[in-house]
Write a protein that binds this ligand. Structure first.
Ligand code: ACM
Length: 598
């Protein structure tokens, strides 16, 4: 008894330290009014759905609660009420929690869905468990939340072109996005290295185009292992339906006129030189194969899109447009003649002609065209949305011309960038830790007023050149994509890194419940310095470890609670310096020791 009592007492005393904030909602809502007390879900709790419009999402919510808590929400006691009200925006909701009941109010399904996501986050994170968990008190802290997003486009690109990821993995990704209120999966489906989608009229696209004989890494030397795969139409329908139930729109991307080697390998007549031999590309990079601007190609692309219309109800279609060197257009007599006939000045205008032709087709079919920022170069598309990925300059250009833009500047938004400074798996060289993702905001401050009107959203991109498994995909994307979710949803004035980092333990707890292989570096010291300064220059180094005191050594020894404390000021290091650093909270080490040899 005495031992038990001591254990209990220790647990109770430890509680305030580990409890963290009372509300841990990510993304931060527009307004949260705290209130004392809590609502408890137990076997008496009932879910009351007042309007059948919300029945489907209510059913999914019930299933989640049942799987983890074991409660069916069909009791006769305190109620969780879902109410349809007038006057809220499409994605807005109001959530009122009192000890007596919970009220979720929304005008549309999307808002109601987000109300339920917030409610799940207010519960202990074990609510996300796929298996029943015992011994948890399922409480929801009282509050009034009024919420809605800053941007309607809150996306992530998933690149299935470089590597093929089975549909189950794509669906898990969608689930993680939806739980953090991201609403667009931009699905990159065609590439030089693989065509990933079944098209009935052109079977060779997947017979030939979905497979490459090997993969060549940085050095260009192949690994000798064939790679490939594609989504059948049934797979696509399943993914799109899965996304729909989670208020995620799947925007397909079919790249034109470049990044098309896999299609050309399957159908060489789509190229400028049909007699040449083409193979699905095994190396990463920018390749010179382009679709030829011929009647054959336009018929092909129209057929492809026509089959896609059946699969993707999205009003937005992405047509790529990036990284298309014009060598073959210069070399091809046909292209040169066509330019003369059309009165085009140069090959860039030929690309504009091509993209406009396809853009007009999509528009006629009720679709809004999204393209990478190169689509701004030609300027002929009618009311497109441009994705500014080469920094903010393209966004400025687009906004000034009255074109809507989505911001995804690669230094802040590409999830294949390095997030961690320790010996780590291969990634792109740009250093993009969690805090950098969090602190980005999609605005052009020099055009503040226009920016509000023309910047419709923000997207992170999970390019997969260096991501060959789902474990690696999750490692690169999480937890950074949670920070990204807050960037897209939360008003700038409500964004606060310190608040976010205090919510991180719960964020990570939820990701663990979902079996996400996230990068577990949050409590490790990050080394921040100008990576572009070549030695032997001295460099200023800053150390960062959220919420912790940092202690470090310069003699190779393991930092302890007696090692020097980092002052918070930058200090200078020389070539050859070895720094070991670790965070301490209340004298206890957290995370792992971070090591850097300069
Ligand atoms: C891109 O990064 N080429 C869109």
């Amino acid at each position: 008894m005495r031992v038990l009592y001591t254990v209990l007492l220790t647990l109770i005393l430890a509680l305030p330290l580990s409890a963290g904030p009372r509300y841990n909602i990510v993304p931060t809502p527009r307004s949260l009014t705290e209130a004392p007390g809590e609502f408890t879900i137990n076997r008496n709790t009932a879910l009351v759905v007042e309007d059948s419009a919300f029945a489907e999402i209510a059913g999914d919510f019930k299933a989640q609660i049942l799987s983890s808590t074991g409660f069916a929400l069909e009791g006769k006691g305190p109620k969780i009420i879902m109410r349809k009200v007038d006057g809220l925006g499409k994605e807005e909701y109001r959530l009122t929690v009192t000890p007596e009941n919970i009220l979720v109010e929304a005008t549309e399904v999307n808002g109601a869905f987000y109300g339920l996501q917030t409610l799940l986050q207010l519960l202990p994170e074990k609510v996300y468990s796929a298996k029943k968990v015992r011994g948890v008190k399922w409480t929801v802290p009282c509050c009034i939340i009024e919420d809605g997003p800053e941007f309607w486009y809150r996306g992530t690109l998933f690149d299935s072109g470089r590597f093929f990821f089975p549909k189950e993995e794509v669906m898990k990704f969608i689930d993680l996005m939806a739980m953090h209120k991201q609403n667009i999966l931009h699905w990159h489906l065609t590439e030089d290295q693989g065509w990933r989608i079944q098209i009935d009229k052109y079977p060779r696209l997947t017979q030939i185009g979905a497979w490459r004989k090997e993969t060549a890494w940085h050095s260009g030397i192949g690994n000798g292992e064939p790679h490939g795969g594609f989504y059948t139409k049934d797979d696509i329908r399943e993914v799109v339906e899965y996304a729909r139930r989670r208020c995620v729109t799947v925007v397909p991307e079919v790249e034109i006129p470049g990044h098309c080697t896999a299609a050309i390998a399957a159908y060489p007549e789509l190229s400028c030189f049909p007699d040449r031999h083409y193979e699905v590309e095994t190396r990463w990079g920018i390749w010179k194969n382009l679709y030829a601007p011929t009647a054959t190609t336009f018929r092909f692309l129209e057929d492809v899109f026509t089959e896609l219309f059946e699969l993707f109800p999205s009003p937005y279609y992405h047509i790529g447009g990036d990284e298309a060197p014009k060598d073959v257009y210069k070399e091809s007599q046909y292209c040169q003649d066509l330019m003369t006939v059309l009165g085009l000045e140069d090959e860039e205008e030929l690309q504009t002609f091509f993209v406009k032709r396809m853009g007009d087709f999509l528009r006629k079919n009720g679709k809004t065209v999204i393209g990478w920022d190169e689509i701004l170069d030609g300027g002929a598309l009618e009311d497109p949305i441009a994705m500014s990925y080469r920094g903010h300059a393209p966004a400025v250009k687009g906004i000034k011309r009255g074109i809507r833009v989505i911001l995804t500047p690669n230094r802040w938004c590409y999830l294949d960038n390095q997030q961690y400074d320790q010996p780590d798996s291969v990634a792109q060289e740009i250093f993009m830790p969690l805090k950098k993702v969090y602190n980005y905001y999609p605005a052009v401050d020099s055009l503040a007023t226009l920016s509000k009107e023309y910047i419709v959203g923000y997207e992170t991109c999970l390019w997969t050149e260096y991501i060959w498994t789902n474990e690696k995909a999750e490692y690169q994307a999480y937890p950074r994509n949670v920070a990204a979710a807050e960037v897209g949803w939360t008003a700038r004035a409500n964004k606060d890194w310190d608040s976010f980092r205090r919510r991180m333990p719960k964020v990570l707890g939820r990701l663990r419940m979902k079996d996400v292989n996230y990068c577990d570096a949050f409590y490790d010291v990050l080394f921040d310095y100008n990576r572009n300064l070549p030695f032997p220059k001295m460099m200023n180094l800053e150390l960062d470890c959220p919420g912790a005191e940092i202690r470090y050594t310069l003699d190779g020894s393991e930092p302890t609670k007696k090692s020097p404390v980092y002052s918070g000021e930058p200090f200078e290091v020389n070539k050859g310096s070895v720094i070991k650093a670790r965070g301490f909270i209340s004298g206890k080490p957290i995370g792992k020791t971070a090591v850097k040899t300069f």
